[in-house]
Design a protein around this ligand. Structure first.
Ligand SMILES: Nc1ncnc2c1ncn2[C@@H]1O[C@H](COP(=O)(O)OP(=O)(O)OP(=O)(O)O)[C@@H](O)[C@H]1O
Length: 387
């Protein structure tokens, strides 16, 4: 039960909400559509469901062109952020609704409906709530009932639009894990929309990162995190320190900082402008006097220390000048064990070593006589790992 979006463009008046979207979802996959508010996630879901029709392109379901097919032919189950349960119906009646509204010829017998509903309520582990009304349920329970209701019609595809968006953090976390397990049991091809990267990482087998109506990258959570294809993905997924500089002898020179970039630098012109992305947990902190190497590393002053449970976040004000984008402080994250071992205090001086850098060439263009910088996107991501 695959889903294919082929060159889909969707406009609302002069605004292009989806811009040439190509996507292949394999049968049984669990995919997250992830991106900032307004990037087109919901619109793509609605186009696949048949609630919106694209201006250009095609939607194929299991290989069949369904671009203009009626929503009912597509056999999709839909779950929205705000659990749209019928307030005047019990949980049982809510879940039975889809089956009862079928045309008489296709409608199962009353006994078969009862059996199916009880089966589904057991699946979502809420059989004991069958006789309650939605107002008597918690938010998490309502969302699980909404999912049972969507599954009642035995959909070939499950589309979820921020299904846990309205719930508090601990309930969200529990439901994510639960959705993952449910999917492992049912294997319904599923697409869910989220703007929460942690949710996408935890639940999805593959993540589609969207920005301004376009797909920036499709990949497993590891691929997206470890090999971001574009500067947008580098900054959108996880925290990152962004350094501006240029290349000299296989190094990124940024202010007084020199960071080794690995082997593929010869293919980049000497002196080329580049932007480097270093994640907070990819910076090691050392005491400057610890080793001769540490003495040669860029230094900074500990500005703030924030315990976060399993990790510690450090804000470091550089003492050796470095060109940082948008901020003057570097973020560094250490495990609790490493932080305890170093035992740093605010105001102390540390040496910093970047362990992994993603970097992109920065194209320089002339416009109106002014020198403008503009980042090259997908084509040139590089990764350097310190040995
Ligand atoms: N019916 C509509 N008429 C006009 N503009 C629309 C319509 N539906 C969506 N849009 C616009 O299209 C863009 C994409 O909207 P969409 O709801 O798909 O974004 P999203 O990524 O799901 O955002 P969010 O995370 O905030 O829900 C937005 O700028 C939105 O204002």
């Amino acid at each position: 039960m695959s889903i294919t979006a082929r060159a889909i463009t969707k406009r609302f008046g002069a605004f292009t909400a989806l811009d040439d979207i190509n996507l292949d979802v394999e049968s049984g996959d669990l995919i997250a559509l992830l991106g900032p508010s307004g990037c087109g996630k919901t619109t793509l879901l609605r186009v696949i469901a048949g609630m919106e029709f694209p201006d250009e392109g095609a939607v194929l379901l299991d290989g069949e062109d369904m671009t203009h097919a009626h929503i009912q032919r597509r056999e999709v189950g839909f779950v929205f952020q705000h659990y749209a349960l019928f307030r005047h119906m019990t949980v049982f009646e809510n879940v039975a609704f889809g089956l009862r509204s079928r045309p008489r010829r296709e409608r199962p017998s009353e006994q078969a409906i009862r059996h199916k509903v009880h089966e589904l309520l057991e699946l979502v582990q809420l059989g004991w709530l069958a006789d309650r009304f939605p107002a008597q349920l918690s938010g998490g329970q309502r969302q699980r009932i909404a999912l049972a209701r969507a599954l009642a019609i035995e959909p070939r595809y499950l589309l979820l639009d921020e299904p846990f968006g309205a719930l508090d953090a601990s309930v969200r976390k529990e439901l994510r894990r639960w959705l993952r397990h449910l999917h492992d049991e049912l294997h319904v091809t599923s697409l869910f929309v989220t703007h929460d990267q942690e949710e996408a990482m935890e639940v999805a087998s593959r993540i589609v990162v969207m920005n301004k109506g376009r797909i920036e990258q499709v990949g497993t959570p590891e691929e997206i995190y470890d090999h971001p294809a574009t500067p947008f993905v580098s900054t959108f997924i996880g925290n990152v320190n962004v350094l501006k500089g240029h290349i000299s002898n296989g190094r990124l020179l940024s202010g007084d900082w020199q960071l080794p970039l690995g082997e593929d630098t010869p293919s980049v012109a000497k002196g080329a402008s580049i932007t480097g992305y270093v994640r907070p947990h990819d910076i090691a902190l050392l005491r400057p006097q610890a080793t001769p190497e540490a003495a040669g590393l860029p230094r900074g002053r500990v500005h703030h220390i924030q315990p976060m449970g399993g990790t510690y976040q450090f804000e470091i004000a550089p003492l050796d000048p470095v060109e940082l984008l948008d901020k003057s402080i570097l973020e560094v994250e250490l495990s609790r064990r490493d932080a305890a071992h170093l035992n740093l205090a605010v105001g102390e001086t540390v040496a910093m070593q970047a362990l992994t850098i993603h970097w992109y060439e920065t194209a320089v263009s002339q416009a109106d006589g002014d020198r403008q910088q503009e980042e090259v996107s997908a084509e040139t991501p590089r990764r350097a790992v310190a040995t």
